[in-house]
Design a protein around this ligand. Sequence first.
Ligand code: SAM
Length: 277
Amino acid sequence: MTDEFAAVFDWNDPALMTVFDEAPLWSAIFGQVLLEHVPLAPGLTVLDLACGAGFPLLDLAQRLGPDCRACGLDTWLNGLWRARFKQVALGIKQVALIGGDGAAMPFAAGSFDLIVSNLGINNFADAHSVLRECARVLRPGGRLALTTNLRGHMSEFYTVYADVLQEAGRADLLPALEAHIAGRTTVAAACALLEEAGLRVTDVYEQTFSLRYVDGSALLRHSFIRMAFLEGWREFLPPGEAVAILRRLEAALNRLAAREGELRLTVPLAYLESVKG
Ligand SMILES: C[S@@+](CC[C@H](N)C(=O)[O-])C[C@H]1O[C@@H](n2cnc3c(N)ncnc32)[C@H](O)[C@@H]1O
């Protein structure tokens, strides 16, 4: 059976990197919220943890001005290569890019006034260790400002997915789907992680936005969905049945879109700011 839902993108493909800036329209929404709330002050030393291809690092560094010192850290070296390309092209001098793991940062204690992280916490394999490292490398009184999507993300999609598994006679896969859904954090859980790491939460801002598609076929073939989500949606399906189940899912999403006029997926997000006591 042909697998039209196969992941065909390699995050380290040089050709993909040249067009990558079309992809993070997703992270732009979270980054706008972060940039709207993050505290600004002259002369800050700031770390963008999990800066990816340089967002919001390069924008924030420019908003803070030439007297700030900004550093981007990420494990994704090709992302940093792309960030460096943009940094040079844009002539932004006050930025350093460093490859490294947030769970073992190559910085001395108390190095930063501010850490930002846009969509980092929901991607860290060991968020607890990363947040403890944040507390270590922040100076006393320093702040961590982060954004994340929340449980409830794309609930319309997951409701259809659960129905499809039932109808396909694979209710036994529902616990795996539930576990996948529960993998997203809540505001309470994220606050607890921050407090456990020694960071006191001072500001929580929540909002939702919608991702809109003409139907399920458009959703499941969208390049960013295939890069960032599709693998997670299929990883608990038995390999021999995955394509058939995804085709059923596509048809069910198309029926929903036909009834509603479009496929609209709700994404709840949070901005959390905390301070090192
Ligand atoms: C969704 S992307 C967000 C990138 C960027 N901040 C943006 O908003 O476009 C998540 C990033 O987290 C990075 N990442 C995941 N685990 C990491 C870790 N332990 N240490 C540093 N970066 C990590 C990934 O390499 C990826 O660039």
